[in-house]
Design a protein. Structure first.
Length: 175
């Protein structure tokens, strides 16, 4: 019998996220000077910071290369930020080696076809509700939240709660 996705959360030791369409809603505002601006959800940021503070490697692999994104993520304490990446598999293997992880110990949340090759390899592939159909089809968990609207908070909070690491005793009474 296959394990439920909740049972798989017990083994998670690291998170990897795409940016556009996961940490953002996939939309960009283009200013006259050509600068691209993205919106990120504060609740996703809180969850990412909570995971970092709890000792989980939190890694970003994105094809985009916006330095504002890097600044925001660094501000949350994330150290493994790989922007402008065209070969996500190569960075994924670097992360495995750097943090001495096994594939079944990783949550990867992606939303579109460039994420597919890595998602096939990890133990817990996840997607936002508005991900591409191919991505949702290989995901072991699809968040009810869209990209940029709390999907990252959703999966991070679930992992931390299952492992008893969600912030504070205050929250335990709401489980």
């Amino acid at each position: 019998m296959a394990l439920s996705y909740k049972e798989l959360l017990n083994d998670i030791k690291a998170f990897i996220f795409d940016v556009d369409g996961v940490l953002t809603n996939g939309m960009v505002t283009i200013f006259p000077n050509g600068e691209l601006v993205r919106n990120m959800n504060i609740k996703d940021g809180y969850a990412l910071k909570s995971a970092v503070d709890a000792g989980y490697p939190v890694c970003i692999i994105s094809g985009g290369s916006n330095e504002g994104v890097r600044t925001r993520l660094e501000g949350l304490g994330i150290k493994d930020i790989y922007l402008g990446v065209h070969d996500k598999i190569e960075k994924y293997h670097e992360i495995l080696e750097k943090h001495q992880l096994n594939p079944e110990e990783i949550v990867y949340m992606g939303d579109d076809v460039p994420d597919y090759p890595v998602m096939e390899l990890v133990g817990m592939p996840c997607a936002p509700q508005d991900a591409a159909p191919e991505i949702k089809a290989i995901s072991k968990y699809v968040s009810p939240k869209n990209g940029g609207e709390g999907c990252v908070r959703d999966i991070v909070e679930q992992v931390l709660r299952v492992q008893g690491k969600w912030n504070g005793k205050f929250y335990a009474k709401f489980d």
